[in-house]
Design a binder for this molecule. Sequence first.
Ligand code: SF4
Length: 439
Amino acid sequence: MGIEKTMEESNMKNARKLSLKKKIRINTKISTNFLREKEWQGKFDEIKIVKHYKKIKSAIKKQKLPDSYFVRKYTFSPYMACEHGCVYCDGRAERYYVEGDYERDIVIRKNLPQILEKEISTLREKGSIFVGSGITDAYQPVEKEENIMKQCAEIIAKSNLSAAVLTKSSIIERDLDIWKAVNEKSGFTLMMSLTFSDDKFRKIFEPNASSVEERIETLKKFKAAGISTGVMAMPFLPFISDSNENILFQKLKDAEIDFIMPGFLTLRPGKQKEFYFNIIKKHFPNLVNKYEILYGNNLLSGSPIFSYRQKMLEKIDKSIISFNFLQQIPHKIYKDRFPIYDEIYILLNHMKNLYKKKNINVINLKNATKKYSEWLITEKTTFNRKRKLTHAFLEDKLIALFENEEFQNILKNEKLYEFLKEVVINRKIFDYRKLKLIY
Ligand code: SF4
């Protein structure tokens, strides 16, 4: 969704090898579904997507330690490039090597479901599988014809994995029944990407994504089905959508979402920045100078100047607090979706952020988290060598260390040890609002 890329790094190598013209079967078609107003081109345009079918050899990318931000352990992508065509999408940046026209040349990993099924059957650790990479949207319109995500959802439903999908599309409603089944069995979370409070700017900056109202309706439908929901409110666009958050947040409050994660716009120097600036010049010429000030430093990360970043996040933060939203995926959602040892790793990392936001010194917590991570990495290295073991072995080991009070020697933090014991042994939940353990 234009916000995180780590799991797509290996795609770069593949993308380098791609010569879209020579090596991939090309299927050009005009879809009547894609008749949309491309306002930023100033005309109605019948979008002709070009499908590039690609056979893949592996599907799932694994992480040794879970990602605490997205609360995920596994991930995969059914497509590369994205016909939603968000103007700010950093999938356009050169570092991701997406060839062709970003919103028209769509790479389709047609055999992904077969590979996914095979790989899931060999996974030794449970965990959450996350779909929503930085250079594609799994539920972009082409999914209506290709049904790759539908097949993948069915495969996940047969497994014991939990899942989460991040999208800007209401097409995911088609698979609500399947995701509901996944949720009832092992847990599912819908994460919707949304920062505009209405369609006025959405039409310019996210021309082919679902409308704001459609996305909010989708969130409500998933919530009504008993599924946890959250919003990735990023990127807020400087001087355009960074002052409408209260209207948006009220709508999200009404949709009863479980968490919201905000972020600012990054513009990496090169194609991404040029593309974005062209739209600003066309639609908001009076903002060009202001943007030059924010992004003129051309940082490789694409971040705006520090003072803006700080001010904007503080303002959004205040708003989020006034609406009583959580800014992280809460413990009650991810509990039992991971082996206990990974759950503790995520919890410790979340606690650092939660206490920091309350201006509480987290130095001891940081040190203990470091010690825990070192212990976990060592144990996982051994676990990975012994192929016959399942995650239950490592879970049992952790539980025994707590029962025997031996984990105190590893953490070197008595208070934290007693706290974690309640989570590991008595399976208590940490309430992120009250900062208290609950049942
Ligand atoms: S929806 Fe597609 S175009 Fe928009 S930010 Fe996400 S990946 Fe990029």
